[in-house]
Design a protein around this ligand. Structure first.
Ligand SMILES: [Mg+2]
Length: 425
């Protein structure tokens, strides 16, 4: 079946070589060429889904949608994915025999199908996100187009990313540790935007682990850590700060005011993202921009954040609803003149899927990236990709290949697969 694809590639290469001599020769042949490169069992528009399988590594769910045209689609879900194997099987059975092309219709059918079962958030939407993403990848591969093109085309070729320094993995880092992590991220990988976390349960100045009011000692420690970073990196580096929703309203107000002289790009989730109304007064009373959204699902949740004046929204496209919903959320934020800065903790597959959405909206600001992607070899092993699509100088170049443009290395994935859960069975 792949012979017809190979013959198309040969023809396409020939056409590209001749293009400067005869620019009109191939004009308007998109449909004809799509038919030529499609296996003869059916034209691209007749593609049918044959199976849906999945595997798990750490905090990620990987979905693979198979078709009757020797191509497959890949998608990733994160965070809310534990125990979802049977949910993937159930939703996957609904897809067998169907065309992947009607992504919005399939998404809406599945979303409505979960209405009475808590399908408004959590694991259900994370699985839906992974499946929906795989439908875009499969459709892009069938039509020979990158996903961003299916989403309406691009405003930019590359996506700016910030480096989460992941210092939260340390027990209790000092201001010097903060400053050194900042300098290392800039020296090693040339990032121009960084993120640090302020919530440390092990802080000796924390008197009660259940009460969310930071003590004067904790407030002072937070300020000193950030001031050390700002002094180390100078005024031009974006400095983002995360509190992981582990403080209360009065602490949020206090720390947001106190760090105003440090010119943060944003202060993220100073309170949990459950009571959207509580963000309103925090946002109103400080000049420090407030960000939230990594634990918010679907456009409905983001409308409430936006109505309460949140300055940056940060949906995680691997769990908030997928690529179509991610684009809709970004466009909704654009109506409020609010920038779109997606949260991202997935593999390069998920990162590139997110990047395809980021290039298609005017209000994209910056996307998350993790320092451990550079230091933990697993993140390069489990995917196959073009080196030009790995992060460089604080940017990720969107892939021009059909679909998402990143494949999974199944042999490498097996080494890291979550034990006790079926692996693509
Ligand atoms: Mg966060």
């Amino acid at each position: 079946m792949s012979n017809s694809r190979r013959s198309f590639i040969t023809k396409a290469a020939l056409a590209a070589a001749l293009a400067p001599l005869a620019p009109m020769a191939t004009f308007g042949r998109g449909l004809e060429e799509a038919v030529e490169r499609t296996p003869m069992v059916s034209p691209p528009s007749n593609i049918k889904i044959t199976d849906v399988k999945c595997g798990y590594i750490g905090g990620s769910l990987f979905v693979k949608i198979f078709s009757d045209q020797d191509i497959y689609g890949l998608g990733e879900g994160v965070d809310a994915i534990g125990g979802t194997y049977h949910l993937v099987q159930r939703l996957g059975r609904q897809l067998k025999g169907r065309s992947p092309f009607n992504m919005h219709q399939i998404f809406e059918q599945m979303r409505r199908g979960g209405h009475f079962g808590g399908g408004q958030s959590g694991m259900y939407v994370a699985v839906l996100s992974a499946i929906e993403t795989a439908l875009w990848d499969l459709t892009g591969k069938a039509l020979g187009l990158p996903v961003y093109q299916l989403l309406g085309g691009k405003f930019r070729d590359k996506v700016r990313v910030y480096c989460d320094t992941a210092l939260y993995r340390s027990t209790f880092p000092s201001p010097d540790d903060f400053a050194n992590a900042a300098k290392e991220a800039i020296k090693n990988w040339n990032f121009n935007a960084l993120k640090f976390d302020l919530d440390f349960v092990a802080d000796p100045d924390k008197y009660d682990r259940w009460n969310w009011t930071a003590s004067p000692g904790e407030i002072s420690r937070m300020y000193n850590q950030l001031a050390a970073v700002r002094e180390a990196v100078g005024p031009k580096i974006d400095l983002c700060v995360d509190m992981h929703g582990r403080y209360d309203h009065v602490t949020a107000q206090t720390i947001a005011k106190k760090v105003e002289p440090l010119n943060l790009t944003w202060l993220e989730e100073p309170i949990p993202a459950e009571n959207f109304d509580a963000f309103k007064t925090i946002c109103e009373e400080t000049s420090t921009p407030i960000a939230a959204g990594e634990n918010v699902y679907l456009g409905h949740g983001f409308k409430q954040l936006l109505d309460n004046g949140v300055d940056f929204i940060m949906p995680d496209l691997q769990k908030c609803g997928g690529l179509g919903e991610g684009q809709r959320i970004a466009n909704l934020a654009n109506l409020y003149y609010v920038p779109f800065a997606p949260h991202m903790v997935a593999s390069l597959l998920g990162a590139m899927a997110c990047a395809h959405v980021c290039v298609t909206v005017p209000n994209f600001h910056i996307m998350e990236w993790q320092s451990y992607f550079h230091t933990n070899k697993m993140y390069r092993e489990i995917v196959t990709f073009d080196e030009e699509n790995w992060v460089k100088d604080s940017f990720i170049k969107v892939s021009e290949k059909p679909g998402i443009g990143v494949d999974l290395n199944m042999e490498a994935m097996k080494k890291y697969a979550t034990p006790g859960v079926p692996f693509f069975e």
